[in-house]
Design a protein. Sequence first.
Length: 292
Amino acid sequence: MKILVSGANGQLGRAVNRVFASRDADIINTEAPRLAEELGMEALDITDVDAVLACARALRPDVIINCAAYTAVDKQETDADLSYRINAVGPRNLAIAAEDTNARLVHISTDYVFDGKKSGAYTEFDAVCPASVYGRTKLAGEEFVRAHMHRYYILRTAWLYGEGHNFVRTMLRLSEAHDTVSVVEDQFGTPTSALELAKAVAYFAETENYGLFHATCEGECSWADFAEEIFRQGGKKTAVKRVSTEAYLAANPQSARRPLNSVLDNYMLRLTSDYRFADWRDAFAEYMGGEE
Ligand SMILES: NC(=O)c1ccc[n+]([C@@H]2O[C@H](COP(=O)([O-])OP(=O)(O)OC[C@H]3O[C@@H](n4cnc5c(N)ncnc54)[C@H](OP(=O)(O)O)[C@@H]3O)[C@@H](O)[C@H]2O)c1
């Protein structure tokens, strides 16, 4: 299988490379030297439709995996244009190119398409209602993909961590200098390792199970629970001070609203396949064991 990976240096992009390398796939990263050798392009900017089309037409991948995104959620509140360009126009361009070259597209979306006010886990059948620029632009990306092609897999994930900047790294860094760290106890979700999500991407890429799917590890917890697990598995003595979102924001203002409830039910996956994600604690243990 020939795959084209955009955003290959990001958390998911790196994990996707690892998973597909172990399956002997022909991987072309949009940031890799091979792009320069074969196309004379330094790196592919997914916001440039002509470049995306030229790349797909020249390389003819079976599957395009879009790991590229603008993920700095607070910055986007004051830079919606860049956010729409990367998170909405980018996937639109990849969908146009995939349809043009008869490739399939794996596109990654987010829990931020919901406002987090539901009690209970969100399924793919719940109405979307984003409450931030990031959420709105990611939703627009989903809609563009659905409008421009047919053979797509849109995977909504949440609380992702892998090789890169993420909550785990932040907690481990803070634990070096602090005995206690304040963490919110009233936002819930499911920590999902980039490796677990990449394994699911590989599963989908080999099926014709198209459409929209929630794609997170199993189980749920609060950020405070997750921080405690990070310190426990990391062998740190740091204590977690459980605080409300309100108290946390009073001390640490953030411009983007986070959903209070980010728990996604992988309902479509259960309805359509036997594929299951690992429990979040097991996936995290694998990550801490140096598997990632
Ligand atoms: N992180 C989370 O907690 C989380 C939660 C839910 C969903 N998601 C979704 O999961 C996916 C993967 O996230 P991640 O955490 O792996 O992201 P990440 O680590 O921030 O990586 C994103 C990658 O996209 C690249 N990129 C940005 N603009 C680009 C452009 N115009 N053209 C080509 N590449 C571009 C970035 O390159 P530069 O670094 O060079 O800019 C970076 O390598 C994204 O769709 C994200 O929205 C993430």
